[in-house]
Design a protein around this ligand. Structure first.
Ligand SMILES: C[S@@+](CC[C@H](N)C(=O)[O-])C[C@H]1O[C@@H](n2cnc3c(N)ncnc32)[C@H](O)[C@@H]1O
Length: 254
């Protein structure tokens, strides 16, 4: 895995324990975190990685899905148990770019996002700050928190300090699969370079089953096998992805 360096922001480099671009450790890094047009982006050689990556909860895909996404009928909402009169709190222990977390928060859930890769957590923190400052998304962003750490190792303490009850734990670990469009491929390449293949997903599932009070929800590509471990109790299938549900107890209205 190649490294990430921070360009032109010593405080940010210190905050996330990353080398500065100008330091010997940072000079060789193939990816760079820097500010561009008021947002933090992660950029590499565009021929290999495509456009710089940023977390954007205000515009683009997130905004479109917030307006036209299908509400609580969406697969992720059903999988996480959001129903009439029931809005569980969710720990998204594989936050990534926060897309799933934002959908759940937009539907009313309190969400704790946990991300172990410092550069991705830095993008999330920046995206969250911009969402809190925007009138259209401030209320949603107020329901979202972020913790940086390894959920497979430290889930219980991350949750204890995170301020969100783990009624549902949502997992979406990386799975090595083929993507159709070249554009997605480049974004995935960048992401995979940082996050790896999440080969430790069975340990994460075990930790999630220990900590969740009501259910664990695992997003998988439709044809992928479930994560090794106990068999899911229910399966919800969509067009391209599937949710494996591990249920401890029913979610009921307060
Ligand atoms: C496929 S991405 C998740 C995408 C996310 N669902 C979204 O909507 O943007 C998986 C992410 O989970 C993170 N991850 C995997 N295992 C983790 C763990 N044990 N603790 C914290 N984060 C983890 C990876 O670093 C990666 O960013």
């Amino acid at each position: 895995m190649s490294g990430v360096a921070v360009e032109g922001d010593v405080a940010l480099a210190d905050r996330w324990g990353l080398p500065g671009r100008e330091s010997p450790d940072g000079a060789e890094a193939s990816l760079v975190l820097r500010r561009e047009d008021g947002r933090l982006v992660l950029a590499g050689d565009p021929r290999a990685y495509g456009k710089p990556l940023a977390v954007d909860f205000v515009a683009g895909r997130a905004a479109h899905r917030r307006r036209f996404g299908g509400g609580r009928g969406q697969l992720i909402a059903r999988a996480c148990g959001l129903a009439r009169g029931v809005t569980p709190s969710v720990v998204d222990a594989t936050a990534g770019l926060g897309r799933d977390a934002f959908v759940l928060a937009a539907l009313g859930a309190e969400v704790l996002m946990i991300e172990r890769v410092a550069a991705i957590a830095a993008l999330l923190e920046d995206g969250l700050a911009r969402a809190r400052a925007d009138a259209d998304t401030a209320e949603i962003a107020a329901r979202m928190r972020l913790a940086h750490g390894d959920a497979g190792r430290d889930l219980a303490s991350l949750v204890a300090n995170g301020g969100v009850a783990p009624q549902v734990v949502h997992l979406d670990p990386m799975f090595p699969h083929r993507e159709k469009s070249a554009l997605v491929k480049k974004e995935m390449r960048l992401f995979r370079e940082l996050a790896g293949d999440d080969a430790d997903a069975p340990r994460l599932l075990e930790a999630a089953l220990d900590v969740a009070t009501h259910r664990v929800v695992v997003k998988r590509p439709r044809k992928a096998p479930p994560i090794s471990g106990p068999a899911p109790r229910h399966v919800l299938e969509g067009k391209t992805s599937r949710y494996d549900l591990y249920v401890h107890r029913a979610l009921t209205p307060p």
